[in-house]
Design a binder for this molecule. Structure first.
Ligand code: ADP
Ligand code: MG
Length: 249
């Protein structure tokens, strides 16, 4: 039985500048179920990040409903890993706990166990500069997980990395999120990344965003993001979403 965690209904967002109004989101509705991995794809500037900002309450909605079925803690992961270069890996992972006054032995041990499980324990006393981009992104994920969020929002979290690292880190991030039993909503402009990682892909129109299509991603032999790219149905989804996003049609 799938439990609905979040229902977004007729979401609309208008930004107000000094003397201007920008309609960023016209009408977006979709549901998210517990432990689902959802991707939102759409052209640059269409309003993807705005949806995540509204979900995390950084921005107010203009109209519509955003209904969570229970109290949830939200973790936000951005494109840049934004690790502090003067802090060790462990201290970077602990910063959210420090800021929110939750740094105790239990939570610190949880972070240490995450570092162990995900191959970063030997680097815990090193500084970010000695890690690869992919490893730093894994540290950023552990820093986010330290606060035990129910829902993870990922905004183009892999796009600053080169192609090879992006493939590898997509696999890592996917496994960590699934292992830890989290619900994930990922924004990306990378169609292949979206299909390979997601249970469902929400395709948006160009700004102002409306939902163009929603795809349940059903792949035979669904295993890991890298392998999913080799599945038979992968290219069919890719072509459909590519066509959805074609501005010339
Ligand atoms: P995406 O993430 O899909 O690239 P965004 O959600 O960042 O798009 O932005 C959607 C639109 O809203 C863009 O036209 C952007 O310029 C505008 N916008 C985003 N944030 C603000 C803001 N704080 N104030 C005014 N306009 C904004
Ligand atoms: Mg964005």
């Amino acid at each position: 039985m799938k439990n609905k965690l979040l229902s977004i209904k007729n979401l609309k967002k208008v930004y107000h500048d000094k003397n201007d109004e920008i309609l960023a989101i016209e009408d977006v509705s979709f549901d998210v179920y517990e432990k689902e991995f959802i991707s939102i794809v759409g052209p640059s500037g269409c309003g993807k990040s705005t949806i995540l900002s509204i979900l995390s309450k950084l921005e107010d909605k203009s109209l519509g409903d955003v209904l969570f079925s229970k109290d949830v803690t939200i973790g936000y992961m951005l494109q840049s890993d934004s690790l502090f270069f003067w802090r060790t890996i462990l201290d970077n992972c602990l910063i959210g706990l420090e800021i929110t006054g939750q740094l105790n032995d239990e939570n610190k041990n949880y972070v240490l166990s995450l570092l162990k499980t995900y191959g970063l324990y030997d680097f815990k006393d090193k500084y970010p500069r000695s890690l690869s981009g992919g490893m730093r992104q894994r540290v950023a994920l552990i820093r986010t997980l330290a606060l035990k969020p129910d829902v993870l929002l990922l905004d183009e979290a892999m796009s600053a990395l080169d192609y090879q690292s992006r493939l590898a880190i997509s696999d890592d991030i996917y496994k960590i999120i699934k292992n830890e039993g989290k619900t994930a909503i990922m924004v990306t402009h990378d169609i292949a990344e979206a299909i390979s990682m997601s249970d469902r892909v929400i395709v948006l129109t160009k700004r102002p965003a409306k939902v163009k299509n929603i795809y349940d991603i059903e792949l035979t032999d669904k295993t890991s993001p890298i392998n999913n790219r080799k599945c038979l149905e992968f290219s069919t989804y890719y072509d459909q979403i590519w066509r959805d996003l074609d501005v010339h049609l």
